[in-house]
Design a protein around this ligand. Structure first.
Ligand code: GAL
Length: 425
């Protein structure tokens, strides 16, 4: 039996003993299509949630439709074609924030779920700041299943010891560690395909600008082409010089980049905590022993967050089954089935406390930080910038990687902000 199936059964047994079983919806039957990018190695947590749905609603046939590709880069294009073609799935994955609001809600493609929040009592158990990122003009448009942390610095403790380095806490320390590692033929920081490099850029920007400056950038209070941003691009260039960007990066998925870390060919990886799900659920490694984590240099005290949510599109073919799905993923039982496997923490504030033993040492630490640190919305994962910006920023990155001109990249970024209506434009 696969490891994640055993884990799922253990989670279910523990929850049944404690007794938090979700209320039944009148799901009449038929087919329910759930559309996401959680395929392959990313699949176990979603598969567990669907197995739970099948237990509650055996009369519904669930189609787990996925488009492979980390961070939804391929998925979003397919979703757009389907939505614009009048062929929406029953429910689809979308990040809280601008990816939801600035793309689908303003285009009137999603149904208001305020009534469901009232029925389920979610106003009492979901943080108001998160509900705000799902809301537009008085309506609430999706249900969050988790909170992920982006921009974590992952490493293998034994490897750092053998290379004689410790975790850097400032960019200057990182540059020093970088040259020590390069002199030993080790890649200091592994990156993968383009979106993982944008994910890294986000942390460099936060590190250089600080939390206030980073937020100002997206609110329109800090010029994308000003001197602060030139400094961001300069630092980003130095960080990139410590990576495999010109080597094999473009061909690596985030899982493959993580494999490079585990194999001991690189010292660090900057990625979201779906890496914790991959390392623990898929590879069976133990957090705190087999792998370690830290803040990206000079971002201590901040928590870069994103949330995976599901909504109800206008004209969803099987509404009653989709509403039952949304009720399940917003429940304690649903969140506690999904998150221990996914490497994320529940969006509900009462779920970890209901069965704390489900959450490993990494997830306990993340839940604690989420409750106490300064929360920063992730750009790469849809919180602070809309989809158009996220897509076009790729070109800015390309311009920089080819030209290494900080001023050129900063000017190009401003142009993209203006065209996408992001960064306060
Ligand atoms: C994020 C998503 C995570 C994880 C990751 C890698 O955008 O929110 O749940 O799937 O991409 O694909």
């Amino acid at each position: 039996m696969k490891r994640h199936l055993i884990l799922f059964i253990a989670i279910l047994a523990l929850q049944l003993m404690i007794g938090g079983v979700v209320a039944q919806e009148q799901a009449e039957g038929g087919v329910l299509e759930i559309f996401s990018w959680w395929a392959g190695d990313e699949g176990p947590a979603l598969e567990a949630l669907i197995a739970l749905y099948n237990l509650h609603y055996p009369q519904v046939k669930v189609i787990n439709a996925t488009v492979t590709g980390g961070a939804g880069i391929n998925f979003r294009a397919v979703l757009k074609t389907r939505m614009l073609g009048g062929n929406p799935p029953d429910s689809f994955q979308v990040h809280a924030g601008q990816e939801l609001i600035g793309t689908w809600v303003i285009a009137n493609r999603m149904q208001d779920l305020t009534w469901l929040y009232e029925e389920e009592g979610w106003f009492d158990v979901l943080p108001q700041g998160l509900i705000d990122q799902l809301s537009y003009e008085g309506g609430i448009y999706s249900v969050p299943v988790n909170i992920h942390r982006a921009g974590v610095l992952w490493y293998i403790p034994q490897n750092l010891d053998s290379w004689g380095i410790s975790v850097p806490t400032t960019l200057d320390e990182f540059y020093a560690v970088c040259s020590t590692l390069q002199s030993q033929g080790i890649t200091p920081l592994v990156v993968g395909e383009a979106w993982t490099v944008i994910h890294l850029w986000d942390q460099v920007a936060l590190s250089v600008l600080g939390a206030d400056g980073y937020e100002d950038l997206w609110n329109g209070d800090l010029s994308p082409s000003g001197s602060e941003m030139i400094a961001v691009w300069d630092a980003f260039g130095r960080v990139l010089d410590c990576t495999n960007i010109h080597d094999n990066a473009a061909g690596l998925s985030w899982q493959q980049a993580t494999d490079v870390l585990v194999a001991g060919d690189a010292a660090f990886n900057v990625m979201g905590d779906w890496v914790a799900g991959y390392l623990s659920t898929t590879l069976g490694l133990t957090p705190g022993e087999d792998y370690g984590w830290a803040d990206f240099p000079h971002t201590e005290g901040t928590f870069t967050w994103l949330s995976d949510t599901f909504g109800l599109p206008v004209d969803a073919p099987n509404e009653s089954a989709a509403i039952a799905w949304l009720r399940l993923l917003g429940s304690v039982e649903g969140q506690n089935t999904f998150n221990p496997l996914k490497g994320s923490i529940p969006a509900r504030v009462d779920a970890v406390g209901a069965v704390p033993e489900l959450y490993n040492v990494y997830l306990q630490a993340a839940a604690d930080d989420w409750a106490h640190e300064r929360l920063i919305g992730s750009m790469m994962h849809g919180v602070v910038a809309n989809e158009r910006f996220m897509g076009d920023f790729n070109q800015v990155l390309d311009i920089y990687v080819q030209s290494r001109s900080s001023a050129g990249a900063a000017a190009a970024m401003e142009e993209v902000c203006i065209q996408a209506g992001a960064c306060g434009f």
